[in-house]
Ligand binder design. Sequence first.
Ligand SMILES: [Zn+2]
Length: 285
Amino acid sequence: MPVNCEVCTSKMNEWEIGHGNILYRCPECGHIRRDLSCCHAGARDHAYGGSESYDRLRNSLTFRRMIRLMKKHRILPRSVFEIGFGSGLILRKFLDQGIDVSGVERNMLEIEIDAEVKKRGTLHFAEAEKYEFQKDSCDLIYGVHLVEHLDNPSKVFEGSYRALRKGGMLYLITPGGDSSGLRRFGDAWWNLEDPTHVRFFSAESISLALGKAGFKQVVVRRPIWDSMTLEINSLLRRKKHDEKKGVLHGKLVPLVHLALLPWALTARALFPKFRSSLEVAAFKE
Ligand SMILES: [Zn+2]
């Protein structure tokens, strides 16, 4: 059955990425869709996105990056909103700066939420697509590794546009479907281990999708610092791995990370297209 691109509506091509796994790729905008029935995760349990120490590092780098971008674009945040706030650790950093925080999260029971955020933040528990964004209510909206999971990202982009005040920023981080890592590692690309990753935007498709939601200025970069062990995890995934729990399960994995990280970072520094994630900053004029 033909699959049409959810962003630009062109007919998507089937792309065999190894071991019979097939992704759908848009020839016009490079957008990728993933159907789990023809592109397997190769790990039966839900693949958790990383270790706790990597998460802490990622949260702190992401927070600092957003602060720097807001300074650069002269945004003085009074209130910020996180889509998919998880345990609330990034919201906590904003709260500690005296900024009002709110957010939406669909996992109501599974995660322990930071006590201060719980007490002082405005938290909603729903799927992002079902949340009613309040018009002109915040200066920054962000979602870290979020849009690749959503059923209907364009609805969330439109809601975010409505909720931002003039001059406000939508900030997203998501795996890049146009990363040369996906071509290099094929079905071993670690971003495929999470069965809930149903799409990978390209720089072009995310710009197009955000443009349709109203954003006129969209800046896409490929950060060197996000998902730093992804290439190493992809190598591990290509070798034998725990079919139940995925590649991060092994006891020796932290040592392998430590040994190979200089290689991975050098490759990322030399070949920006190899970097696995897209960082997107979209502004409401
Ligand atoms: Zn397309």
